[in-house]
Design a protein around this ligand. Structure first.
Ligand code: PRP
Ligand code: URA
Length: 217
C-alpha cells in the first residue's frame, strides 16, 4: 500500500498536543460514552474549521468602528453537509456549531457485518446540491466502500468532484487508496491516518466501532 502522507488531496490535522490529547481520549477503551461524545465533537469542530480553509475567498474591504478601512476577504460559494448514516450523523451537531444554518443531506449506508461490503438504503439531498461545496461526513474511513458509494450518489446528483470534501476523524491507507484512485479530485480532511485494517476490516489501532460508542448501542 502506498504512503499517502504526502498526497496533495489529503489534509491531516497537525498532531498538536491538543489533537493528540483528544485522540488519546477517544481511542481509550475505558472512555465513557459522554466523554467520547464530548471529545469527538471537539475533534469534528477542528476538522470542519480545517476544511473551511480549503474554500475560496474573495477580496472584501470594510470600514472599522474607527472609520478606517480594512482590506479583508469574504467567503465565496455556498456549502452544505451530507452525512453517511448512522455514524456520520454524529458529526452534524458540531458542523452546525461552526457553519450557521448549514443545510444537511443524508445517505443511509450500512456495511454488511460479515463481508464489510456497503449497502445503500436511502438518500435525501438538498435540491440545489450541484451548485454547492459539499462536506461529506463520516467519522471512519476503513475500506472506503461506504464513502465510495456515497460519493457516487453525490456525483449522480450533480455535485462537482472538485467541490467535494470528505471529512473523517480516522482514516487508513486502504480507504485513502480507494477514494483517491476512484475520485482523483475529491479531497479528504482527517484527524489521523492509522496503520491499516484487521481481518474484520476494522481500523487498527483505531477506536473500535464509532457508531456504537457514540450512540451507545
Ligand atoms: C462504519 C463507519 C463508516 C463505515 C466505514 O459504518 O461509520 O460508514 O463503517 O467502513 P468502510 O470504509 O469499510 O465502508 P457502519 O456500516 O458500521 O454503520 P454505522 O454507521 O451504523 O456504525
Ligand atoms: N467502522 C468503525 O466504526 N470502525 C472501524 O474501525 C471501521 C469501520
Amino acid at each position: 500500500m502506498s504512503d499517502y502522507a504526502a498526497h496533495p488531496n489529503l489534509t491531516v490535522l497537525p498532531a498538536s498536543g491538543q489533537v493528540r490529547g483528544l485522540m488519546t481520549i477517544i481511542r481509550n477503551v475505558e472512555t465513557r460514552r459522554n466523554d467520547f461524545i464530548f471529545y469527538s465533537d471537539r475533534l469534528t469542530r477542528l476538522l470542519v474549521e480545517k476544511s473551511l480553509e480549503l474554500l475560496p475567498v474573495f477580496p472584501k474591504s470594510v470600514v472599522t468602528p474607527l472609520s478606517l478601512p480594512y482590506d479583508g476577504v469574504g467567503f465565496e460559494g455556498k456549502i452544505c453537509a451530507v452525512s453517511i448514516m448512522r455514524a456520520g450523523e454524529s458529526m452534524e451537531k458540531p458542523v452546525r456549531e461552526v457553519c450557521k444554518k448549514i443545510r444537511v443531506g443524508k445517505i443511509l449506508i450500512q456495511r454488511n457485518e460479515e463481508t464489510a461490503e456497503p449497502v445503500v438504503y436511502y438518500s435525501k439531498l438538498p435540491s440545489d446540491i450541484g451548485r454547492r461545496w459539499v462536506f461529506l461526513l463520516d467519522p471512519m474511513l476503513a475500506t472506503g466502500g461506504s464513502a465510495r458509494e456515497a460519493i457516487r450518489i453525490l456525483l449522480e446528483a450533480g455535485v462537482r468532484e472538485d467541490h467535494l470534501i470528505f471529512i473523517n476523524l480516522l482514516a487508513c491507507p486502504e480507504g485513502l487508496h480507494t477514494i483517491f484512485n476512484t475520485f482523483p479530485q475529491v479531497r479528504v480532511v482527517t484527524g489521523a491516518v492509522d496503520e491499516g485494517l484487521n481481518d474484520r476490516a476494522y481500523i487498527v489501532p483505531g477506536l473500535g466501532d464509532f457508531g456504537d460508542r457514540y450512540f451507545g448501542t
